[in-house]
Design a protein around this ligand. Sequence first.
Ligand SMILES: [Zn+2]
Length: 153
Amino acid sequence: MTTQDNVITVDAEWKKPFPNIDNDTREFWEGLSRHELLLWRCKCCRTWYWPKAFCNKCDNYGAFGSNMGWENSSGKGKIFSCNVHHMAFHPGFRDDIPYAYAVVQTEEGPLISAMLIDKISDPIGSVGSPVEVVFEDHPKDGFTLPRFRLVGR
Ligand SMILES: [Zn+2]
């Protein structure tokens, strides 16, 4: 494993469940591989979302998200909720426990869940802490995962 700025490259074989990359999410995953955290955004009123069928802030309803699109975000946010897993619910996580899994409220607003790369001893006390995205590249398996790390401590 090598770490460079906000990119971690993992050479080891992936032993956890694979991400579910389909035609609806392919662009999001391609963004991650370019080290961009894409969020869904209305092309009319510019409101950010996690993907949904239409914008409910403006009257420009495009069918099937036609007025919506993926855009690069700041990659910054704060912890909305956090828990620490002390049990591996899949054998692939055995070497990671205890690990912190958080819901992050992005600066743009949408919530996204991901593992934190930091060890967290007080998950409740971590709520509100600023975080930023870290891109975990898995070149052998051809995908990049979003992780988050604490900043400003
Ligand atoms: Zn809109």
